[in-house]
Ligand binder design. Structure first.
Ligand code: 6GU
Length: 227
């Protein structure tokens, strides 16, 4: 079973969206499990202080290394340690496959301006970002990492072909999809037809058309993916 340990000031945010749909079913089926540890439970003082002002001055507060370390050491089997941070390596499908193959992850979710660098260094946390924008905290980013991993776990996705054909697994964006009705009239009266080739029954031509569509949409939207 895939075990995810979360170090967070907001354990009640979990499982959140991961309690629903595909991931929620997989959680019920015990294909993955999580433990959300409240970092504040490891604060040493009566005020339960987890953060302090930054050395050198500046805005915001920094999470204390001693408190985070105590929370980390409470875990019996932390596995691969990840710190969610916009400074990290940007998540891609290759890293998702790697993480999903681990028996356990421990994901540190920061709040405020960040966490003291020394606890990251001392315990070899890998910094992972989910993209070039800034969130107010690491929890939603952790859920995104987890969602991407969970759907790859054995037995989680019904249709095993789906994982191989989708965007990124072949290095291209996915081709467009269509279902009934074959001829659809939008609310403003404009007609939209399903491309004829998809109704032809010619599976060779359909595969060729889809591959062409994938290449074209990738070239237009994400030329960086074509190298
Ligand atoms: Cl991992 N954390 C935060 N706080 N913001 C982010 C992020 C992570 N990835 C992109 N923006």
């Amino acid at each position: 079973m895939f075990q995810v340990n979360l170090l967070t000031l907001f354990p009640e945010m979990f499982p959140g969206m991961l309690g629903h749909s595909l991931a929620g079913r997989a959680l019920e089926d015990k294909r993955w499990a999580y433990t959300a540890v409240n970092i504040r439970d490891f604060a040493a003082d009566k005020h339960k202080t987890v953060d302090d002002t930054p050395f050198g001055g500046g805005a915001g507060m920094v999470m204390r290394p001693d408190v985070i370390e105590a929370a980390l050491l409470s875990l019996p089997a932390p596995g691969r340690k990840i710190y969610m941070s916009p400074r990290g390596k940007v998540l891609d499908q290759k890293l998702v496959h790697e993480l999903a193959a681990e028996p356990a992850l421990t994901i540190l979710c920061g709040r405020y301006e960040g966490v003291d660098q020394r606890v990251l260094d001392a315990h070899d946390f890998e910094e992972v970002s989910i993209g070039d924008y800034v969130l107010s905290g690491g929890e939603p980013a952790a859920m995104i990492v987890m969602d991407a991993c969970i759907r790859l776990l054995p037995g989680v996705m019904g249709n095993v072909e789906t994982a191989g054909e989708e965007s990124f697994s072949n290095g291209l964006l996915e081709y467009p999809h269509y279902t009934r009705p074959a001829e659809w009239i939008a609310v403003d009266g404009r007609p939209f037809a399903v491309p004829e080739v998809l109704r032809s029954g010619d599976h060779g031509k359909i595969a060729e058309w889809r591959h062409h569509q994938s290449r074209e949409i990738t070239r237009k939207r994400r030329p960086d993916l074509l190298g």
